[in-house]
Design a protein around this ligand. Structure first.
Ligand code: NAD
Ligand code: MG
Length: 302
């Protein structure tokens, strides 16, 4: 193999070699973590994502839209012409305000709806408020997630197990159910699963189950909602450089080498996955439903 890197001179946008590679500094934040305190700060496409009106006039609710993959999707959807509402935890207000400032200064409609999605009552209120403030809803991105590593089932408490399932599984059910009241034909629901659904790590026993559950939920619901003209798909990320990982998602020794095992030799940056959500959201993909699209730097897991 030719080890000398020759990048096409016609590539005038970020590409495989444009992003940070390990080793990374060890860094630990309390859950849920802030993107703005990470070293390096994740790239959500703030300075790079260019839209082309693929989602003009659409109305999107994105959970976990303050940081990481959700922030990258919020930026991409807004620059594709959608009005966007983001949900996040109150502790993440500073990350959320960065998104609000960026997108509102560009002239996009961006609504911040903080709150904890681990209760059905809040999930219902969230969807109602989003639909009311956006004037409707036709895109739903279920992206919020909880990942806290635990080496042994013997140490995994019922409280931790429950919090992971409430955030990753129950909230998805509650939010989607509430959203169906508003979603017209042509709507698109996009869930965030993980490669953990297919290749579960030993220390992510609860998390990996929730991500497998999201795959089954996606495929089952796609069958239910096909006759209603609503598509349901999922994106399954591999290692992405986000606050989830440095706030209990991985042990510190894994942070240093994060993404090293991927064939591309590095983790993905949130900016690199937003286009998959745009593709599923866009009516250009009108015959794709019940699909899981993996993005993990080349292992070919799914
Ligand atoms: P992130 O920490 O930036 O985003 C996760 C978000 O979930 C948080 O910003 C937070 O707003 C939200 N959240 C968590 N608990 C919540 C609660 N109780 N109420 C409301 N919001 C809550 O990290 P990310 O990596 O961008 O995560 C986005 C999604 O991607 C998650 O579903 C995660 O499981 C999935 N994922 C991430 C990776 C990765 O390597 N980063 C890999 C596979 C899947
Ligand atoms: Mg966050």
């Amino acid at each position: 193999m030719n080890s000398e890197k020759k990048i096409s001179p016609s590539l005038n946008q970020p590409h495989v070699d444009s992003f940070p590679t390990p080793p990374f500094e060890k860094q630990k934040q309390p859950f849920p973590g802030l993107a703005n305190k990470m070293i390096p700060v994740p790239d959500h496409g703030e300075t790079t994502y260019k839209g082309s009106s693929r989602l003009k006039g659409r109305k999107a609710l994105i959970t976990g839209g303050d940081s990481g993959i959700g922030r990258a999707v919020a930026i991409a959807f807004a620059r594709e012409g959608a009005d966007v509402a983001i949900n996040y935890l109150p502790q993440e207000e500073s990350d959320a305000q960065e998104v609000v400032k960026l997108l509102s200064e560009e002239g996009h409609k961006i609504i911040a709806l903080p709150g904890d999605i681990r209760t059905e009552i809040f999930c219902k209120t969230l969807v109602e408020e989003a639909a009311e403030k956006l004037g409707g809803l036709d895109l739903l991105v279920n992206n919020a997630g909880r990942q806290q590593f635990c080496d042994s089932i013997k140490d995994l408490t019922t409280e931790a197990f429950d919090a992971t399932f409430k955030t990753n599984v129950y909230a998805l059910f509650w939010i989607t159910k509430a959203a169906l009241h508003y979603l017209p034909r042509g709507s698109s629901i996009i869930n965030t699963s993980s490669v953990q659904a297919f290749l579960p790590s030993d220390n992510l026993l609860d998390y990996s189950q929730t991500k497998a559950s999201i795959v089954a939920f996606t495929k089952s619901l796609a069958k239910q909602l096909g006759p209603e003209g609503i598509r349901v798909n999922a994106v399954a990320p591999g290692p992405y450089w986000t606050a989830l990982q440095i706030s209990g998602g991985q042990p510190q020794e894994k942070i240093e080498k994060f993404g090293e095992q991927a064939p591309l030799g590095r983790p993905g940056q949130p900016a690199e996955i937003a286009a998959l959500y745009v593709a599923f959201a866009s009516p250009e993909s009108s015959y794709s439903s019940g699909q899981v699209w993996c993005s993990d730097g080349g292992t070919g897991t799914v």
